[in-house]
Design a protein around this ligand. Structure first.
Ligand code: ATP
Length: 314
């Protein structure tokens, strides 16, 4: 089984307890671990895969809290770094209309320093670039690009999730697209929401968007469609794979559970070529990943709601 290196942010999400209030009036907050790449690393290890988290937290009690959660979930944290800068914090509330109120105090995640010793580890392994904060500058952005180059030179399987956050990129969409394109061009697997696929390609229709993305170089494209399942596209076929029926209570982390489950299954494969030739196998992989995403929506929170292998097999 290959290792999956997940590079990017790990942060504290302070979630306003009294939903229906905005942040200016919310009084109580619950401390949760957040950060898409960290969620993906946990999704993989909860499914008994091998994941390594590469990111930076503060050398403070919040940083300890976050790394402990990853370790409890059996993620390898030996490549995680600690900085004198305080752990990154996000404050989130959801109002009556489901609108998110979000403020972000960026800290240690941007301090991730490139470590050349990782390069040799990438050989015959997989690297997932799924950070929401990597394109926002800091050492992380430089480390991210250098790790991407290393993954390319070591023939790693490369997965990319742009993790677009409107709150962070309002009126700077063009810059976001420009920063993502070099990653998309060289990734084997690209995971997009409908909104991301449209934003990045400028195409409304998914047939056109997928054709555009394949032309740039991505071999496997998945566009997540919430309860409708996932659009799977390769150069040979394109189809929507339905999800299972659930009663969702909180969709946080569904996308991370989905991609984590895909990566875990791909990590058990010997060759990308064989995988790409097998429509049946890719369909099964996405179908199982849909189930992982669906299960995650049935509980509150992200990491705590990610399915175990037993739940997935049930
Ligand atoms: P995120 O918002 O976490 O970045 P995303 O927008 O990529 O994630 P979703 O489309 O919400 O992710 O969910 C990922 C996958 O989980 C979907 O493709 C689908 O298979 C499954 N899923 C999500 N919501 C539901 C639901 N309500 N019912 C069934 N399956 C669901």
């Amino acid at each position: 089984m290959k290792k999956v290196f997940c590079i990017g942010e790990l942060l504290i999400d302070f979630v306003a307890e009294n939903q229906g209030k905005n942040l200016s009036v919310a009084k109580e907050f619950t401390k949760k671990a957040g950060g898409a790449p960290a969620n993906v690393a946990c999704a993989i290890s909860k499914l008994e895969g091998k994941s390594v988290f590469v990111g930076c937290v503060g050398d403070d009690p919040f940083g300890d809290f976050l790394l402990n959660i990853l370790e409890e979930n059996k993620v390898d944290t030996s490549m995680a770094q600690k900085s004198e800068v305080f752990t990154t914090l996000a404050f989130v509330s959801i109002d009556e209309d489901g609108e998110r109120d979000f403020v972000f105090s960026r800290g240690a995640d941007k301090e991730l320093k490139y470590d050349s010793s990782l390069k040799k580890e990438f050989k015959n392994n997989m690297v997932h670039f799924g950070a929401a904060t990597a394109m926002l500058g800091g050492n992380l952005e430089e480390a991210y690009s250098r790790y991407f180059f290393d993954a390319l030179t070591k023939d790693s399987f490369i997965s990319f999730d742009p993790n677009y956050r409107e709150d962070l990129w309002k009126n700077k969409e063009e810059a976001f697209i420009k920063k993502c394109m070099p990653f998309i061009q060289k990734s084997h697997l690209g995971k997009f929401s409908l909104e991301e696929a449209r934003l990045l390609t400028g195409k409304r229709e998914m047939d056109e968007a997928c054709a555009f993305l394949h032309d740039t170089g991505v071999a496997i494209i998945v566009v997540t469609l919430g309860k409708e399942g996932t659009l799977l596209s390769t150069k040979h076929f394109r189809k929507t794979i339905p999800s299972i029926e659930v009663t969702p209570v909180d969709t946080t982390g569904a996308g991370d559970a989905f991609i984590g489950c895909m990566l875990k299954q791909i990590s058990e494969h010997d060759s990308l070529e064989t995988l790409l030739e097998s429509e049946e196998e890719l369909t099964q992989i996405v179908s199982k990943a849909n189930k992982a995403g669906a299960i995650t929506t049935t509980n509150f929170g992200a990491i705590e709601s990610l399915p175990t292998q037993k739940q997935l097999d049930f």
